[in-house]
Design a protein around this ligand. Structure first.
Ligand code: ZN
Length: 42
């Protein structure tokens, strides 16, 4: 995946059981929408 801000490479990180995409270029964090839904349902 690519960062929507800077088109840098996103890497998947797991933070407190929540998967997030972190940009290795601008260090922005992006939650995966379906994972966010799953988190809210849990
Ligand atoms: Zn970025």
């Amino acid at each position: 995946m690519q960062c929507p801000k800077c088109n840098g490479d996103l890497e998947t990180k797991e933070h407190e059981h929540i998967k997030v995409q972190r940009c290795s270029n601008c260090y922005g964090l992006f939650f995966e929408p379906y994972m966010l839904t799953e988190t809210l349902a849990a």
